[in-house]
Design a protein around this ligand. Structure first.
Ligand code: URA
Ligand code: SF4
Length: 213
């Protein structure tokens, strides 16, 4: 059996979301509290907190990176182009999106302005760390069987800063609370030079997810 390297923990010091996370809250209360989070500077430029969405008793949780432009406007995760690709792949893999709890490692949109456009900017480790109490609280309440990290940011948030999706994609890692698998981000599939191949590999990962449930 493959031995799983020990998880290195985040050690970044940042004010963070912890003081905004209410004790003994249910998911709606958590969502309401997250709307007022000032745990890092990202709330300043973004329109709203995009909290997780889906059934509170979902067996599968998918974790993305952060909301994009559309999500920031609409207030819901995965409603833009990456979400449409994800919807298609989930349907093809036989997973009903409505049964899945979808969320992000970072709950506010980080971007740079280019004229009228807002261009996605990857969150840094301070922001990932600052926002992690929300994700931890969501996972404590939903208690999924399996958590799937979509891309490197989600994987680093849950599996530690040294985790490399390129090396460990599709591997199921057992943590004390749940199992975790990492795959690529749907945006990476959209951008891939060989789209067909990238989509097929993403779909194969989601089929493995289906078999693990
Ligand atoms: N990309 C993400 O990682 N999350 C979203 O909600 C949308 C796009
Ligand atoms: Fe709070 Fe996370 Fe938003 Fe930062 S990104 S303000 S920690 S919800």
């Amino acid at each position: 059996m493959r031995t799983v390297p020990r998880r290195r923990r985040w050690t970044v010091k940042a004010p963070g979301a912890a003081e905004f996370v209410p004790a003994d809250a249910d998911l709606p209360q958590l969502r309401a509290a997250a709307a007022g989070c000032h745990g890092c500077a990202l709330y300043i430029g973004a329109s709203q907190t995009v909290f997780g969405a889906g059934p509170p008793d979902a067996t599968l949780v998918l974790v993305g990176e952060q909301p994009g432009d559309q999500e920031d406007r609409q207030g819901r995760p995965f409603v833009g182009p990456a979400g449409r690709l994800l919807d298609r792949a989930l349907a093809e893999a036989g997973i009903d999106r409505d049964t899945v709890y979808l969320t992000n490692a970072v709950k506010h949109f980080k971007f740079v302005e280019r004229g009228k456009r807002r261009i996605h900017k990857q969150p840094g480790r301070t922001e990932i760390y600052a926002c992690s109490p929300w994700l931890a609280a969501e996972l404590r309440l939903v208690t999924p069987k399996l958590v799937v990290c979509l891309g490197a940011i989600a994987a680093k948030a849950l599996l530690g800063p040294d985790f490399k999706v390129s090396e460990r994609r599709g591997e199921v890692v057992s943590l004390a609370e749940y199992r975790v698998m990492a795959t690529v981000h749907p945006s990476a599939v959209l951008r891939a030079p060989d789209y067909e191949q990238a989509y097929a590999a993403f779909l194969a990962d989601l089929r493995r997810v289906c078999a693990e449930l």
